[in-house]
Design a protein around this ligand. Sequence first.
Ligand code: PMP
Length: 404
Amino acid sequence: MKKIADKVKEFTRAREVQALGLYPYFREIESEQGTTVTMDGKPVLMMGSNNYLGLTNHPEVKEAAKKAIDNYGTGCAGSRFLNGTLSIHRECEEVLADFMGAEAALVFSTGLMSNTGSIPHLVPRNGYLVTDKMDHASILDATRLAFGKTIKFAHNDMADLEAKLSRLEPDRNKLIIIDGVFSMEGDIAPLPDMLEVADKYGAEILVDDAHAIGVLGPGGRGTAAHFDVSDRVLGTVGTFSKSLASIGGFLASSEDVIHFLKHHSRHLIFSASPPPASMASVIKAVEIIKREPERIERLWQLTDYLRTNLENAGFNIGVCETPIIPVYVGDDMKVFNACMMLQQEGVFVNPVISPAVPPEHALIRLSLMSTLTEEQLDFAVEKLIKVGKELEFIPQPEPTATEK
Ligand code: PMP
């Protein structure tokens, strides 16, 4: 038997890409995450941040975080369950519940833990977890921790969802878990149609709105609010690492669901609570989102602007509905190459390859911040055209149904 210490050496793929100088991961940023960041001492246009509303480096948010450190210190030295609940956690939960129009909210130390810390506990041993094939990795991890059986349906395919639900034991709990806005391709889950199917089979729906909070729906209240069906979903998961300018996450739901999880969630009970500076950042971010709705408007203006310019330039951007804009490139190596060439040209973009997307549908993921300017987007498109022509990913064929 090969020892683990030797077995790990069999993983050579990343080293091969590193040797080619095309490795696009763990790239160091030497500045705060504004529209321009510093890399290798040089300015680079940031077209790959989830800081959708530009609040991560907002002076008021930074000030609130500093104040919280002065008041509460840097950490909580315990879990929410025991010594780690601060008054600012409760305050943050009240602010989030109010913002989401929910009875209650519960904060977790990351967005990922908001899924893994709630989903497995909500579904009983004989129940079903029903997931979209393109759901985020943290939902997949949550299903692995659950005792119930996991069933997957084809991406945003309501006929397949119905086919799968119709085969399940009728009197057992069924929880459908979906991304409201899909994190890699930026398309929106068809929640009203899904609710119709779910109701028919007695299923409930939990929405992971990591990419929808602060982006979609009235005042940025997410996918269920966007479709005006907030009272028909079991709950909404959110993260603080995108529009809410920090790290951590939450579940907004009924008071009963939150009370149940407070006494069952292992990731809540056995892991330290999120730091006070994060809570203060979120409270301030929500205040700014409510006070300055023009930030969200601007984000959508920029989305339309970039989408139109990319389409006009001949890029294949698939079903692009949100400030996450995929540019389909083809294979993994071409994506790596494109990312590194774009960085050389002064533009930061993220690579997305299999298994995050189906093989051969590798893409460059652009994501927008409301603080970007049209001039900056023009610069990004100019560089994308240059690299796209060199690597021959414009023009591209239309995406197939499975890509959509
Ligand atoms: N859910 C979705 C849909 C996400 O995109 C992410 C982060 N990319 C998470 C959950 C996890 O959030 P966090 O980074 O805060 O752990």
